[in-house]
Design a protein around this ligand. Structure first.
Ligand code: SF4
Length: 410
């Protein structure tokens, strides 16, 4: 068996935030006492262990959270140095997630000097009442100023928007963000996750607002010259996120820090398995773990079937779609034959289209993507002597959506 290719992408989770937003269900906490010091020490140990365990040649680094830009200058410098020492630095793109309330000209220049060439800024809205409702600590003017200062350093800048908020002036939000000169926009509809303060307060998202957030955002950004290259992501030419594109192409990546997920080449001791997904525990258990005994967290081996559904789950989010012939080669399964039933059902329903070997979701398919994917995940290849209907039932799509849902919005 040939050696797996080097791992080229690194996600680092920084769990600290200035305050906790009422819609947030990520692994976050406000900083307390010596926690940041302990975090930085353990992060260096984990980076060293990853560096000795894998062949690594990084193209992209992504610091997400949490609020990485909330770290003090010397803390971020130390964290960056740990990455450089043990894992290297991205040859193509190095992104820092930034909260507008943490930006000053001096801090932005420092981030640039540390090697970050892209900032993903949690603007969320440019309408003060909407920001207040979302529990954000910054106002619209701070968000505008943050984007301006970051662009002045020469960094590529992406602005995050939350849509489908009642009373939000969506057109003005999008026009305002575009006018600031960002080259990339990530737009997510507000989701009320169980256990969050919004869920406890009974906050609801109206379906009309959700649908408008989904379709109107695409219309407005497309009219402004952005391409919707992923279900929630829009870019001017050349401004696509190379790091997130690696997730959507189901590439391997390292996950560093508490709560971080990673996708790794398979251990040679596990024939038949194609990859390993490992998810780190939250801060307390992650700090307590003795890395000399092995990696922290749960490891899940990925077989050929799961490799296919993972690739579909990620790839169908993108305009580029999924190359079924390539997926057959990488999985060792005849994907078109094995998934013939859900393929034909979703093609007939107009939720998917196929152009040669490339399978894509239509606009309607993007809107109903979870349903499409459920069909593939729950599909059981019929045995020759049975002709009963395929089973359908609840699936935990959120578990598969870890990278996209925890590593983009701040
Ligand atoms: S939404 Fe972002 S800034 Fe707010 S608590 Fe969550 S990670 Fe922190």
């Amino acid at each position: 068996m040939s050696a797996p290719p080097p791992v080229r992408h690194l996600y680092v989770h920084v769990p600290f935030c200035p305050s906790i937003c009422p819609y947030c269900d990520f692994h976050v906490l406000t900083r307390r006492g010596a926690q940041v010091e302990a975090y930085l020490e353990q992060l260096e140990r984990e980076a060293a262990r990853l560096g000795s365990a894998y062949d690594i040649d990084l193209e992209t680094v992504y610091l997400g959270g949490g609020t990485p830009s909330f770290l003090r200058g010397e803390e971020l410098e130390r964290l960056s140095q740990s990455i450089r020492t043990h894992l290297g630095w991205g040859s193509q793109e190095n992104t820092l997630e930034v909260n507008p309330g943490t930006v000053s000209a001096a801090r932005a220049a420092h981030w640039r000097s540390l090697g970050f060439d892209r900032a993903s800024v949690g603007v969320q809205s440019l309408h003060d009442p909407t920001l207040k409702f979302l529990g954000r600590q910054h106002d619209a003017e701070q968000a505008r100023e943050a984007v301006r200062l970051l662009l002045e350093t020469g960094m590529r800048v992406s602005g995050d928007l939350i849509t489908a908020v009642a009373g939000q002036p969506l057109e003005a939000d999008i026009a305002g963000l575009v006018a600031l000169g960002v080259g990339h926009v990530s737009a997510y509809t507000l989701t009320i996750e169980p256990g969050t303060p919004f869920a406890r307060r009974g906050v609801r998202v109206a379906e009309n607002d959700e649908r408008a957030g989904f379709t109107r955002t695409a219309e407005l950004l497309s009219a402004a010259g952005f391409t919707r290259y992923e279900i929630s992501n829009y870019a001017r030419p050349g401004e696509e996120s190379r790091h997130n594109s690696a997730y959507w192409a189901n590439k391997f990546y390292l996950g560093l820090g508490p709560g971080a997920a990673g996708h790794y080449p398979q251990p040679s001791s596990e024939p038949g398995m194609l990859a390993v997904r490992r998810t780190n525990p939250h801060l307390h258990d992650w700090l307590a773990h003795d890395l000399s005994t092995g990696f922290a967290g749960e490891a899940e081996l990925i077989d050929a079937e799961e490799h296919v559904t993972d690739a579909l789950f990620m790839g169908l989010r993108t305009r580029a779609g999924v190359d079924l012939a390539g997926l057959s080669r990488s999985s060792g399964l005849d994907v078109a034959q094995r998934y013939a039933a859900p393929l034909s059902r979703n093609l007939a329903a107009g939720l998917l289209t196929q152009d040669g070997d490339v399978l894509r979701a239509t606009e309607a398919g993007w809107w109903g993507l979870n349903r499409v994917l459920s069909d593939f995940i729950n599909h059981t290849e019929p045995s020759p002597d049975t002709s009963g209907p395929d089973e359908h039932g609840p699936v935990k799509l959120a578990e598969l959506d870890e990278t996209a849902s925890t590593q983009v919005v701040i």
